[in-house]
Unconditional design. Structure first.
Length: 355
């Protein structure tokens, strides 16, 4: 089955085989070595220096990393400004609400471009320490403007907390220029690992001000333990093996820039192929990530029957979220998939649309 959903992704054979490595106790030195190596691999993807940034590994899906980031890094007495233009921005706000973290939220229609003047106004408010924002809003495929938001953060003396769950490893992330204090991400999207491990890349200075609002998602506790080679709780050891292998593979393939290029080609192939069949993308190329795009459903075809027909041929597409579910579908090109797979996908779409 070819997975065109935004994670979990198709695994390469070498990553799948890594799951079969020897059983390992998370209190043994072999685990410490594995964990240390993954932490180094993760910060090296964006060329970050170990004296500035650390990778903190969690067992949980991407949302656990978002929740750990937000609950640990907004200092007591400070406020976070949250930008919403899709499901994941809304999720950042939900986390702030649930933990009663003081926040202001700048809401947009799902899929809309961010209104920078409204964001600037929110950042000018009292006691704002951070801007929390989604990099690639997977709801629609929109890539939010990190560079621009970074400049705003600089102007207003605030730092950025980034949901990079569906962009980390593929899209460019200017950590220093965008004043990024932390970036939450996961093993099983652009990094091509197995679901179960997520992580937060955090600046060491942000950890100085970290607070405890949660027992399990306390980033500082993970940090202190991991700096000494340990872990506060049991980690998903087999998932670590797979992530370690996936990161080795990424590095051998040329790292983030070449993954970006690979996705750009695959996404372009899908976009051109679908457009030739009269299926239009929601967003212009320059507003889209290379990771995922949203398309209008072909005339007279509902999502369920389109999905089921494609599944019969071995392809899993993804529904639109919320209101978009009735009229849209999504195609991601993450994971171990090739141009030949996508050519077969386009043939299959052609057959279904033509029927
Ligand atoms: C996938 C995703 C998440 C996390 O989803 P999980 O199901 O918890 O892994 C968070 N943010 C974005 C932008 C995502 O695409």
């Amino acid at each position: 089955m070819i997975l065109l959903n935004p994670g979990p992704v198709n695994l390469s054979d070498r990553v799948r085989h890594a799951l079969l490595k020897p059983d390992l106790c998370h209190r043994e030195s072999e685990f410490t070595t594995l964990q240390n190596e993954i932490r180094e691999q993760l910060i090296s993807i964006y060329g970050l220096a170990a004296q500035h940034y650390v990778a903190i590994l969690l067992t949980g899906s991407g949302t656990s990393a978002m929740e750990a980031m937000l609950t640990s890094l907004i200092p007591q007495g400070k406020k976070v400004a949250i930008i919403e233009n899709g499901v994941y921005g809304e999720r950042l706000r939900r986390i702030a609400e649930i933990y009663a973290i003081p926040h202001v939220s700048v809401q947009h229609e799902w899929g809309a471009e961010m209104e920078i003047s409204r964001v600037a106004k929110a950042l000018a408010g009292d006691n704002i320490s951070h801007l929390a924002v989604v990099h690639h809003e997977t709801t629609t495929g929109r890539l939010n403007p990190l560079q621009l938001l970074g400049e705003l953060c600089k102007e207003h003396g605030v730092r950025m907390l980034l949901d990079g769950v569906s962009s980390f490893g593929a899209e460019a992330i200017p950590f220093h220029e965008s004043r990024i204090d932390a970036c939450a991400a996961t093993a099983n999207k652009c990094l091509h690992g197995v679901p179960g491990t997520s992580f937060v890349i955090v600046s060491r200075t942000a950890l100085d001000d970290a607070v405890e609002r949660s027992l399990y998602l306390n980033l500082k506790a993970y940090f202190v333990n991991q700096e000494h080679g340990g872990t506060p709780f049991t980690q998903s050891v087999q998932t670590f093996y797979a992530l370690h292998e996936a990161l080795k593979e990424l590095s051998e393939q040329g790292g983030q820039p070449s993954r970006y290029e690979r996705y750009r080609q695959l996404a372009g192939q899908v976009r051109e192929g679908l457009q030739a069949l009269g299926i239009k993308p929601l967003l212009a190329v320059e507003d889209s990530s290379v990771v995922l795009s949203t398309y209008h459903l072909p005339e007279g075809i509902n999502y369920a029957s389109f999905h089921d027909a494609l599944k019969q041929d071995g392809f899993i597409i993804y529904a639109g979220q919320g209101e978009l579910a009735k009229t849209m579908f999504r195609v991601s090109t993450m994971g171990e998939i090739t141009g030949a797979d996508l050519a077969r996908f386009l043939d299959s779409v052609e057959k279904i649309v033509g029927d």
